[in-house]
Design a protein around this ligand. Structure first.
Ligand code: SAH
Ligand code: SF4
Ligand code: F3S
Length: 474
């Protein structure tokens, strides 16, 4: 998960691997082979698993080889201009291949760009055969038939107020078999002024508790050891069915009861409604990880107001203080935007000073990118010059990298329980996995296996990784 885009020099949060495509690696005996490539956030990765399930259910096979595919689907992201540029370049390549080698190939655009651009995609990206928005994946088999039968492009970008794909068992095609995403809600009602997500994903809706618990139980039975539950703002999760209301804290608590061996993480938590009850679930339940991704976006109250985040710098800092009191040792990460409309040098410095105060273990940092139709695009001017945005982002990144290094250095000598995810990227002789606090640790392979909990002692570090000595199975 180390995507590097021109506006983000570090890896991306809910947006893990924002720009690195993930590819299907399952094949079956379906009549037609589908190749699926995913850009964007964890929600998109999770959606692609639903797409894979819908298609497999309808007799399609899944292939990891784009050249062998009858259908190529690109699940896209619209969060920043450069995310869209990347997809456009990829579509250009695929179109060229289609024209040259395989005119019968069906090329489809799914996800947030499909929703944002709709029919415009058909004009702009000639030879696209399918345009399918995030709430229309059940319709994919029909749309594929329609495109084949008519030779015309098929489009469904209808957004829904109900669809949660609750009954679909995702096909986890790109899995390490240890950790999985579980989507608990869709859409977003927050309308932060910079953000395109409410337009691409529609109204917020929660998936019923029972279907979430069932999916988590099935994962445990299949040997999974970690779930990350997903929503654009998990704190506003509500399931009001069956007489009583279950909120996010209660949902997390119920998931934590499924198995003491199942670690639970979540993303993303909006600071405006991160409750004390939720912090107490972290404190009381050992298997709810000691880590919250709590995006602040900016350190200045006026800017937060322009961003429509509905909290002030002081309220955010109070929340962090409460979190640190209630959950001692809690690890925090954040998202930060540099160079939003009208940002002054003083306001930018407030972001730096907030980072010093909170001392995040990790941050995902971006340059503001204006998105059409958002409140900011309509009402404010994108008036911070590019070079100023870049310089401010660099200052933010440099500060964070120093803080991350210090935070990791402070771990030297400490013991942690790590869930082994596999061999390290650098060496087959090393295993890697995350601590409860979401820090990546590498240690000697010994005879440890993927999916085991191992107690380690930290001996050294970089700003991104803890280097550790294994002490034994935990
Ligand atoms: N729902 C999550 C965020 C999802 S988008 C939340 O509210 O925290 C992930 C991150 O992308 C955001 O937190 C924000 O930092 C960044 N982002 C969103 N729109 C952006 C834009 N127009 N330009 C730059 N960064 C943006
Ligand atoms: Fe975008 Fe704000 Fe919704 Fe997050 S909470 S997805 S930043 S509108
Ligand atoms: Fe995710 Fe990108 Fe859509 S961040 S919600 S895939 S715009």
């Amino acid at each position: 998960m180390q995507p590097q885009s021109s506006d983000s020099l570090v890896d991306i949060p809910i947006l893990e691997d924002l720009d690195a495509p993930k590819q299907v690696s399952v094949t079956s005996d379906g009549k037609q082979q589908v190749y699926l490539e995913t850009y964007g956030c964890q929600m998109n990765v999770s959606d692609s698993e639903i797409v894979a399930a819908v298609l497999r259910e309808n007799g399609y096979g899944l292939t990891h080889d784009a050249d062998a595919a009858d259908v190529v689907l690109i699940n896209t992201c619209a969060i920043r201009e450069n995310a869209e540029q990347k997809v456009r370049r990829r579509l250009g390549e695929l179109r060229a291949q289609k024209t040259k080698y395989n005119p019968d190939l069906k090329l489809g655009v799914l996800g947030c760009m499909a929703e944002r651009l709709r029919e415009k995609l058909l004009d702009q990206e000639k030879l696209v055969d399918l345009v399918v928005g995030p709430d229309a994946y059940r319709d994919l088999p029909n749309l594929l038939n329609e495109a084949t039968d008519t030779g015309q492009a098929a489009v469904n970008v209808q957004l829904s107020k109900e669809e949660t794909y609750q009954d679909i068992q995702p096909v986890r095609y790109d899995t390490n078999g240890v950790s999985a995403f579980v989507s608990i809600m869709r859409g977003c009602d927050n309308m932060c002024s910079f953000c395109v997500v409410p337009f691409t994903r529609g109204r917020e809706r929660s998936r019923p508790v029972a279907s979430i618990l069932d999916e988590c139980k099935t994962l445990v039975e299949s040997g999974y050891k970690e779930v990350t539950v997903l929503g654009q703002n998990v704190n506003s999760y509500r399931d009001g069915q069956n007489g009583s209301t279950v909120d996010f804290a209660e949902l997390l608590y119920r998931i934590s009861l499924i198995s003491p061996d199942l670690r639970i993480r979540y993303s993303t938590s909006h600071p405006k409604d991160c409750s004390e009850a939720l912090l107490h679930v972290h404190a009381e339940r050992d298997n709810v990880c000691n880590y919250i991704h709590l995006p602040v976006q900016h350190g200045n109250t006026d800017m937060l107001q322009r961003m429509r985040r509905t909290y002030s710098r002081e309220q955010y800092l109070d929340l962090v203080e409460r979190a640190k009191q209630i959950v001692p040792g809690i690890s925090l990460s954040t998202d930060i935007i540099a160079g939003f409309c009208d940002e002054t040098e003083e306001e930018h410095k407030d972001t730096l000073s907030l980072m010093e105060l909170v001392r995040y273990d990790h941050a995902y940092m971006f340059m503001y990118s204006e998105r059409p139709d958002t409140y900011a695009a309509r009402k404010y001017e994108d008036n911070v010059p590019e070079e100023v945005k870049k310089r401010r982002l660099t200052e933010i990144i440099q500060l964070q990298s120093g803080i991350s290094l210090e935070s990791n250095r402070a771990e030297i000598g400490n013991e942690h329980v790590v869930l082994v995810e596999g061999t390290s990227r650098r060496s087959e002789e090393q295993m890697s996995g995350r601590t409860d606090s979401n820090k990546m640790a590498v240690f000697d392979r010994m005879d440890f296996e993927k999916g085991e909990y191992v107690r380690v002692k930290v001996t050294d570090c970089t700003s991104a990784t803890l280097i550790a000595e294994p002490l034994g199975r935990a």
